[in-house]
Design a binder for this molecule. Structure first.
Ligand SMILES: *Cc1c(COP(=O)(O)O)cnc(C)c1O
Length: 362
């Protein structure tokens, strides 16, 4: 095999090498069954064990309390933008949306087609470079939930603290899933696509307060109903077996590495290294976001010119530091430091940034 590169892509993204190698070993012949897990019945003994182990590990690693359920649902985080309001909003109830960037706006757009949704804060005035303070979030009466995007993957900002609101929170945690603890008492639903911190693409993992299922909407197509997914242990229809299998392996890896606490400490350490490199570059590298809202997962930065940015990306690629290009809508550079990005990868990036500056500073 050619040498493994460091993949700073925003998603799908780097996975633990150990997990990839294990999956490779088991791929053709799963547990001496003479066939691949991908060919087996999802109702069979082997898959059933894989499925339930992944469910149990998800609740355990994320430290979810007993009154929460976990669901595996296809359609990624994007389908949850619609499923959440379809299930939660009764007539007369409203979903409050904090518009903090690209993904929050996507959630809001879909919610407006599914129920009554309103904007409780809009970061447009500051070009989505910071998260709001609690007293800037204005809620209307009849608010069923407040939707937040815990980490804006493209803008590179995160909620440093979970807000205090008079209604339960619903959070899209796609891009900082299981990288820090959740104050579960504030939340009714936490969801995210798997392909950033948890595994390959193919589904969303949804944690929800089980008691809310008594009141969720039944008058929607069956696949969209949270209560049915929960009653069937996320085997209402054929589950995405490979995604669930890989999720289980990543969760096992996370647990062995020290769990949520270790992921949180590493995220703080890794992101600090890159922000220190930016802050000590005398303005050569520039972070466009408010320091208090800086993401620990997606670090967005600019260089003095677009020509230098192009050069930076080209030279980084030659050095095996891949996918550092910012999202096409904002330009610049972005380093995504998800759970599986090793410290050595971040150190290599920082060393490269310092060298590049030495060669190209005016
Ligand atoms: C990537 C991402 C999404 C979209 O996820 P899909 O699984 O592709 O639907 C939604 N929200 C956030 C915060 C993301 O980073």
């Amino acid at each position: 095999m050619s040498e493994r590169v460091y993949n700073f892509g925003a998603g799908p993204c780097t996975l633990p090498l150990q997990v990839l190698e294990e999956a490779q070993k088991e791929f053709v012949d799963f547990q001496n069954a003479g066939m691949s897990l991908l060919e087996m019945s999802h109702r069979g003994r082997e898959y059933d064990a894989v499925h339930h182990e992944a469910m149990a590990l998800a609740l355990e690693v994320f430290q979810a309390p007993k009154d929460f359920s976990v669901l595996f649902i296809q359609g990624g985080a994007t389908l949850q933008f619609a499923m959440v309001p379809m299930n939660l909003l009764d007539s007369g109830q409203k979903g409050a949306y904090t518009l903090t960037g690209h993904w929050a706006k996507g959630a809001y757009t879909d919610a407006q087609t599914a129920g009554e949704a309103y904007c409780a804060w809009d970061g447009a005035d500051c070009s989505y470079t910071r998260m709001p303070a609690d007293n800037e979030i204005s809620l209307e009466s009849g608010t069923r939930y407040v939707h937040i995007t815990s980490n804006e993957t493209i803008g590179g900002i995160r909620w440093k603290q979970w807000p205090d609101c008079s209604a339960p929170l619903v959070a899209d945690m796609s891009s900082d899933f299981m990288s820090r603890p959740v104050q579960w008492e504030k939340f009714d639903i936490v969801y995210g696509g798997t392909q950033k911190n948890l595994g390959p693409a193919g589904m969303a993992v949804v944690f929800l307060r089980t008691s809310i299922l008594e009141k969720t909407n039944r008058h929607i197509p069956r696949y969209l109903r949270f209560d049915l997914h929960q009653a069937k242990d996320s085997m209402f229809n054929t589950p995405p077996v490979f995604s669930v299998y890989m999720l289980g392996k990543v969760l096992k890896w996370m647990k062995a590495e020290g769990g949520l606490q270790a992921m949180q400490e590493r995220a703080a350490q890794k992101s600090q290294l890159v922000y220190d490199t930016i802050d000590s570059s005398a303005g050569f590298y520039r972070s466009p976001v408010d320091p208090d809202s800086r993401s620990q997962m997606n670090i967005v930065f600019r260089l003095p010119s677009e020509a230098l940015e192009a050069r930076f990306l080209q030279e980084a690629t030659q050095k095996g530091l891949m996918q550092l290009k910012g999202h096409r809508s904002v330009g610049g550079c972005r380093a995504s430091l998800y759970n599986a990005m090793p410290l050595a990868g971040v150190q290599a990036l920082c060393a490269f940034m310092q060298n590049f500056q030495k060669q190209h500073a005016l």
